[in-house]
Design a protein around this ligand. Structure first.
Ligand code: BTN
Length: 237
């Protein structure tokens, strides 16, 4: 099954726009690309700053489609894995949602549902923001990485062209088979593998990759914990 592809010169947020459309009954599978977002959104209500304001400075797009997986857990991991695999062998995955390169954030993923629960599933919006050019200034706790540093040939259109079809296939594959078949490939790119990490609740331990359901496994003094996405945040110690 195909999807509609649309490029807008400017929009507040591609995620917000697809959610608006779904609420208005427009729920055909759609790829929406923005050359500029004026109110890009990140996870936990954070602002997403996209590039230096030039078209191509960042790649921002959302894929919206009705989806009915048996289990939703691990969808954003499946998305990150697909994007990383399409772009470059050196891209690591920072559980649960970020793409990293050399210890710095390269891209972020924001998965949302439009809230229009239907019997056969929900409309899901998968937003991906990738730094393409170096970002200057801004409110960043760590200086972000950018795609052209990995491969100068990867400008925004080239990157998008490479990742879209595999991403749509990955999302459809996730709908049928869940995250379990992808866990091993995720772990091969796991940025935390074997590292000491601290959870936001203060617990410290050693990260041991993800389980079949996408939970992060952390060995602590008091035993092995499986951290469900969004339950706690994790950072390297
Ligand atoms: C994060 O790292 O916190 C997630 C960032 C997600 C940014 C993308 S850019 C395209 C889409 N539209 C948005 O408003 N956000 C996502």
């Amino acid at each position: 099954p195909g999807f509609i592809a649309e490029v807008l010169p400017e929009i507040d947020s591609t995620n917000t726009e697809l959610i608006r459309r779904a609420r208005a009954g427009r729920d055909a599978p759609t790829l929406l690309v923005a050359e500029r977002q004026t109110a890009g959104r990140g996870r936990m209500g954070r602002h997403w700053q996209g590039g230096p304001g030039e078209p191509g400075g960042a790649l921002a797009f959302s894929l919206g489609l009705p989806l009915a997986p048996a289990d939703w857990s691990g969808l954003s991991l499946a998305v990150g894995l697909s994007v990383a695999e399409s772009l470059h062998p050196d891209i690591r995955l920072k559980w649960p949602n970020d793409l990293w390169w050399q210890g710095r954030k390269l891209a972020g993923i924001l998965v949302e549902t439009a809230g229009t629960a239907q019997a056969d599933g929900r409309f899901v919006v998968i937003g991906v923001g990738i730094n393409v050019e170096p970002l200057e200034g801004g409110d960043f706790s760590t200086r972000p990485a950018w795609l052209k540093a990995l491969d100068p040939a990867l400008d925004a259109p080239t990157a998008l062209g490479r990742l879209v079809q595999p991403l749509v296939r990955a999302v459809r594959g996730f709908e049928r088979h869940g995250f379990a078949p992808l866990a091993e490939r995720f772990n091969a790119r796991d940025a935390f593998a074997g590292l000491a990490v601290r959870l936001s609740d203060g617990t410290e331990g050693q990260a041991l990759g993800v389980a079949a359901n996408g939970a992060l496994r952390v060995q602590t003094d008091t035993g092995l914990r499986e951290i469900i996405s969004s339950e706690v945040s994790v950072r390297p110690l």
